[in-house]
Design a protein around this ligand. Structure first.
Ligand SMILES: NC(=O)c1ccc[n+]([C@@H]2O[C@H](COP(=O)([O-])OP(=O)(O)OC[C@H]3O[C@@H](n4cnc5c(N)ncnc54)[C@H](OP(=O)(O)O)[C@@H]3O)[C@@H](O)[C@H]2O)c1
Length: 178
């Protein structure tokens, strides 16, 4: 008997500068923005997240209600929380079999690049900072058309040193588009 599941929606969440910088040399995210951190935690609550093994290592102790699926090529890797996966497809399948309706791709650069072909929606925080980046989000406009469905701007304030804009983009499906 074939069991069919509804495929979960694939969203990607990321914070980047206007030139798509998401990380700096030595790892880590090159800004401290409580507003964006709160948005990230709230959006991922009670959901499956897909993380590269390097980003997962940086997030030790961060998870509360989230289930991390850790993408790795290491066959015997066992994360302390969540599960290891070895492909984007198996991550999507794992969410489907557990009855979830969304996979939130949460970086880093390698994972964003590998998952972009599957993404239905992008939740991007554009950070108004000039930073010499070494790690970049893929050029999403080069591979598909996206429609802006929401946009919210916040100026810098006492807690958030840089202005930021939260943008939600949905993939435009149809002739000529992937
Ligand atoms: N600004 C943001 O929103 C944001 C979000 C997340 C991360 N970041 C930053 O991004 C940087 C890390 O990005 P990164 O690209 O270096 O690393 P990454 O994507 O987090 O992790 C890379 C690792 O994932 C595994 N992997 C990647 N593609 C795979 C595939 N197709 N199949 C199997 N395994 C695969 C490999 O693990 P193994 O080596 O175990 O095989 C690889 O070494 C950090 O600076 C982090 O802070 C920024």
């Amino acid at each position: 008997m074939t069991v069919s599941h509804h495929l979960p929606m694939v969203t990607m969440i990321s914070a980047m500068t206007n030139d798509r910088t998401i990380g700096a040399t030595g790892g880590g995210i090159p800004w401290h923005l409580p507003r964006d951190a709160a948005h990230f935690r709230r959006y991922t609550a009670n959901k499956h997240m897909l993380l590269g093994r390097k980003t997962f290592d940086e997030m030790t102790g961060w998870f509360t209600s989230q289930t991390p699926l850790v993408l790795t090529s290491q066959q015997h890797y066992q994360p302390q929380i969540g599960a290891a996966v070895h492909s984007i497809e198996s991550a999507i399948e794992m969410v489907a079999t557990s009855g979830g309706d969304e996979l939130v791709v949460s970086g880093g650069a390698q994972v964003y690049a590998a998952a972009l072909p599957y993404a239905d929606r992008l939740l991007l925080t554009f950070v108004d900072a000039a930073i010499e980046g070494t790690v970049f989000f893929p050029d999403f406009n080069a591979v598909a058309r996206w429609r802006t469905v929401a946009e919210e701007h916040y100026p810098a304030d006492g807690e958030n040193r840089f202005a930021m804009t939260f943008v939600t983009l949905d993939r435009v499906r149809g002739p000529g588009n992937a």
